[in-house]
Design a binder for this molecule. Structure first.
Ligand SMILES: [Zn+2]
Length: 160
């Protein structure tokens, strides 16, 4: 009777051992799968960035829509980053790209003279009686500014 019991325990023990091994093995493999997936995502991202770099200037590209979407996001991010800087009272150094207090005249990182933006005009202060042609000029000036920001952002991305 005891022998039977011992046998039973041993069998159960071996079964548990086998099950534990299988669980450990599958966990190990699952980890490897997620590692490979991460690497795959990085490869896709790198490919996407390379494709964007090659295609973003080509309006005839089959990727023109995606590139336009990306450009819109980049512009939006730049605008929001500028808003954050405005809230924090920071300016970007033209020379080294460091964010430094607007109170400073020189960059604390590289010592370059800071090119401070003109104080932002409150929309309320804008005259409401502007002739139409002047409004059009103002709009196109804003657009070309956004264009410059976009190019700068792409340059930043190249360094990554
Ligand atoms: Zn600097």
């Amino acid at each position: 009777m005891f022998e039977n019991l011992n046998e039973k325990i041993t069998k159960t023990g071996k079964a548990v051992e086998g099950k534990t091994k299988k669980i450990a093995e599958s966990a190990k493999l699952s980890y490897k799968v997620s590692e490979e997936k991460r690497a795959l995502e990085q490869l896709f991202t790198a490919l996407g960035k390379a494709c964007y770099k090659a295609e973003s200037e080509n309006s005839e590209s089959v990727y023109a829509d995606s590139c336009a979407e990306i450009n819109a996001k980049i512009t939006k991010i730049e605008e929001m980053k500028a808003q954050i800087r405005a809230v924090k009272g920071l300016v970007v150094c033209d020379n080294c790209g460091a964010e430094v207090s607007i109170e400073n005249d020189y960059c604390g990182k590289c010592g370059s003279k800071l090119n401070k933006p003109a104080p932002v005009e409150e929309p309320v202060e804008e005259p409401q009686t502007e002739p139409l042609d002047e409004v059009d000029d103002a709009v196109s000036a804003e657009e070309s500014e956004a264009e410059v920001e976009k190019v700068e952002e792409i340059d930043e991305n190249k360094d990554e």
